[in-house]
Design a protein around this ligand. Structure first.
Ligand SMILES: *[C@@H]1O[C@H](CO)[C@@H](O)[C@H](O)[C@H]1NC(C)=O
Ligand SMILES: *[C@@H]1O[C@H](CO)[C@@H](O)[C@H](O)[C@H]1NC(C)=O
Ligand SMILES: *[C@@H]1O[C@H](CO)[C@@H](O)[C@H](O)[C@H]1NC(C)=O
Ligand SMILES: *[C@@H]1O[C@H](CO)[C@@H](O)[C@H](O)[C@H]1NC(C)=O
Ligand SMILES: *[C@@H]1O[C@H](CO)[C@@H](O)[C@H](O)[C@H]1NC(C)=O
Ligand SMILES: *[C@@H]1O[C@H](CO)[C@@H](O)[C@H](O)[C@H]1NC(C)=O
Ligand SMILES: *[C@@H]1O[C@H](CO)[C@@H](O)[C@H](O)[C@H]1NC(C)=O
Ligand SMILES: *[C@@H]1O[C@H](CO)[C@@H](O)[C@H](O)[C@H]1NC(C)=O
Ligand SMILES: *[C@@H]1O[C@H](CO)[C@@H](O)[C@H](O)[C@H]1NC(C)=O
Ligand SMILES: *[C@@H]1O[C@H](CO)[C@@H](O)[C@H](O)[C@H]1NC(C)=O
Ligand SMILES: *[C@@H]1O[C@H](CO)[C@@H](O)[C@H](O)[C@H]1NC(C)=O
Ligand SMILES: *[C@@H]1O[C@H](CO)[C@@H](O)[C@H](O)[C@H]1NC(C)=O
Length: 338
């Protein structure tokens, strides 16, 4: 009985002793911290200083740059209007696409625009700030100044002649995510756009020779169908084109206030043709054109807008080599001259 009591006492004491031991340990830790807290604080700060900067200054910029690299850029509309020799009005709609879960603020920046592969930008454009999320539509309305006319002429030529054109947009925008610091990233995107593809599919219908000369000196007219497979609207102005058959000049065509919109363009044309030269080609003894259908080569001569020649359009148009079959024989027969 006593034994058992002692036993129980012992065990009770044992339990009590154990509890004091635990309490003592905590107290020891408490004392330890009381004395050494400053060391722990220094170690904690050191760890924070060692871990946070790599996150803020290495991982965050890398993730942000990676997201910028992965983002897409598409131009859904481009209008070039009111052209002058050194500038034009630009209305652009672009779509920035991102799958990132970060939605940083991308501040407005000046981007240089160039034909992909060219080291010379032709203009600088201010891209307004955005917070890209999913697909973000950005409208840019600006007067664009050519920083390098040669480079711009190369771009216009590429648009005029090719099925596809690649435009490079480069800049160094500032970016900020939440409470993290503002950083600078590189924005380097190449957009592939459809070009005018040498006006492939252009045809001239309704060609007729006029009895009397018009006020602009023309003596023929017709309707031109110009397909524009691109998303570009281009205001060209007054165009003069040189016409020839097998290298023999036969006259010129004029297009007034010409503007190309996406899709098919039906444009009235007036022409000044040397009828005696045309007749001599059609009715020569060994003429291959007895049906009256002439393969007329059309080449740009000049482009004038509000009285000023636009060399970049003139050159692009002069670089295209277009041959259209026109039923000139019918036009002459309709006139009753032959
Ligand atoms: C972003 O792309 C550039 C090349 O365009 C490359 O040099 C860079 O390493 C890329 N950065 C990231 C974080 O993917
Ligand atoms: C962009 O360029 C214009 C003119 O050169 C300048 O006034 C403007 O401050 C620039 N903007 C930025 C965000 O760099
Ligand atoms: C951008 O421009 C297009 C076409 O002009 C218009 O339909 C659209 O509402 C504009 N979007 C924004 C965000 O301004
Ligand atoms: C303008 O662009 C042309 C063609 O891309 C290039 O050869 C020339 O060096 C550029 N001029 C300047 C001043 O950058
Ligand atoms: C942009 O990227 C292209 C292709 O990735 C590269 O050739 C070009 O040098 C880059 N531009 C700049 C200014 O870094
Ligand atoms: C001329 O082009 C238009 C539009 O592409 C087309 O509808 C028409 O049939 C063509 N006419 C001739 C005679 O080829
Ligand atoms: C063809 O020309 C005639 C006479 O100028 C005009 O009445 C007709 O509308 C024109 N047709 C087309 C398709 O342009
Ligand atoms: C071209 O536009 C000008 C100014 O808008 C106008 O005065 C002229 O009559 C137009 N010419 C033709 C042929 O449409
Ligand atoms: C047409 O061409 C012939 C031969 O080149 C030339 O003698 C004549 O003056 C030209 N006529 C007109 C109206 O230009
Ligand atoms: C444009 O036409 C004029 C007059 O017909 C001619 O003298 C000139 O050489 C032509 N220019 C080009 C680039 O073909
Ligand atoms: C085109 O020429 C016509 C007649 O000379 C003129 O009235 C019109 O203003 C010109 N259009 C442009 C865009 O310069
Ligand atoms: C235009 O193309 C034809 C063949 O398509 C070629 O015979 C002619 O020499 C070319 N002319 C020019 C000026 O390039």
């Amino acid at each position: 009985m006593a034994e058992s009591k002692a036993e129980s006492q012992h065990s009770g004491k044992k339990g009590f002793n154990g509890a004091t031991a635990g309490h003592g340990f905590l107290a020891q830790i408490g004392t330890h911290f009381k004395n050494w807290w400053w060391l722990y604080l220094i170690v904690f700060i050191a760890v924070v200083l060692a871990v946070v900067p790599p996150i803020v200054f290495v991982a965050y910029p890398r993730i942000a740059q990676g997201d910028i690299n992965d983002s897409t850029l598409e131009v859904t509309q481009m209008k070039i209007t009111d052209p002058k020799p050194d500038s034009a009005q630009l209305d652009l709609t672009q779509v920035i696409g991102t799958h990132s879960s970060f939605h940083p603020t991308l501040y407005g920046f000046n981007a240089s625009v160039s034909l992909a592969g060219s080291s010379s930008p032709f203009s600088s454009i201010y891209v307004p700030g955005v917070q890209p999320e999913g697909e973000t539509v950005v409208n840019i309305t600006r007067r664009l100044q050519w920083s390098n006319e040669t480079a711009f002429t190369e771009y216009v030529k590429a648009v005029w002649l090719n099925e596809q054109v690649q435009l490079n947009i480069y800049g160094k925008p500032e970016l900020k995510e939440g409470g993290l610091p503002t950083i600078t990233v590189a924005y380097n995107k190449t957009v592939t756009m459809k070009g005018l593809n040498s006006l492939k599919g252009l045809n001239i219908t309704n060609f007729s020779v006029l009895l009397s000369q018009q006020s602009d000196g023309s003596n023929a007219k017709g309707t031109v169908n110009v397909p524009n497979p691109s998303v570009m609207t281009i205001e060209l102005g007054n165009l003069t084109m040189d016409l020839s058959v097998d290298g023999t000049p036969i006259g010129q065509s004029h297009f007034y206030n010409m503007s190309l919109v996406p899709g098919n363009n039906v444009i009235p044309m007036t022409s000044t043709v040397n009828e005696s030269v045309v007749a001599s080609i059609l009715y020569a003894k060994d003429s291959p054109y007895t049906t009256g259908i002439l393969p007329i080569n059309i080449r740009g001569n000049k482009t004038v807008y509000n009285g000023q020649e636009l060399p970049y359009f003139s050159e692009a148009l002069a670089s295209s080599n277009l041959t259209v079959n026109v039923d000139v024989g019918k036009a002459l027969r309709d006139l009753g001259t032959v």
